[in-house]
Design a protein. Structure first.
Length: 170
């Protein structure tokens, strides 16, 4: 799973984390957390949420925070009739706690089933571009039609209200 991510945003310090869970519908979801550090620098749970808006599978999440405190999460997505691909969801720092309120966006749809015994892309990651501190970069795997192995897809996104250098295209 992905590492914990520490960030100082304005006058607070936070640590974000995400992992996969099983959902009541029998599918999979993204469980995410934001911890903050108090005046003694002890962590406390500030907010948490589960992203599982339907009966499909979401797994292998990775999370990051931009300079405004907005949170973005990239993850694998699949479930009949969808081959495994890559998606992301996000929240603005001003949104109600515990929600990923910015709708799920497709980075790449999978085109075929995994037929080998390799592990599923356990090196996916979401990171913030240090050149503008606003652009989220995400990399993850999918399988192309008739693909014998994984292909990687890299994409970027920026959330409303975070200004920096122009966002690179993906």
């Amino acid at each position: 799973m992905q590492r914990l991510v520490y960030r100082r945003v304005g006058n607070h310090e936070s640590i974000v984390a995400a992992h996969s869970i099983s959902t009541k519908s029998g599918a999979g979801g993204v469980r995410w957390y934001e911890f903050r550090l108090d005046k003694k620098r002890d962590p406390y749970l500030y907010q948490q949420g589960t992203y599982a808006p339907d009966g499909f599978y979401r797994w292998m999440p990775s999370i990051a925070t931009d300079k405004k405190g907005n949170i973005g999460v990239g993850y694998s997505f699949g479930g009949t009739p969808n081959f495994a691909g890559q998606r992301f969801a996000a929240r603005l720092a001003s949104d109600p706690k515990g929600t990923l309120s910015l709708h799920e966006t497709v980075l790449v749809n999978g085109e075929a089933s995994q037929t080998n015994t390799l592990r599923w892309e356990d090196y996916a990651t979401t990171s913030i571009d240090p050149s503008d501190d606003c652009t989220f970069w995400y990399v993850g795997d999918y399988i192309k039609a008739a693909g014998a192995s994984y292909s990687s897809r890299i994409g970027s996104f920026r959330l409303p209200g975070c200004k920096g250098a122009p966002a690179p295209s993906h």
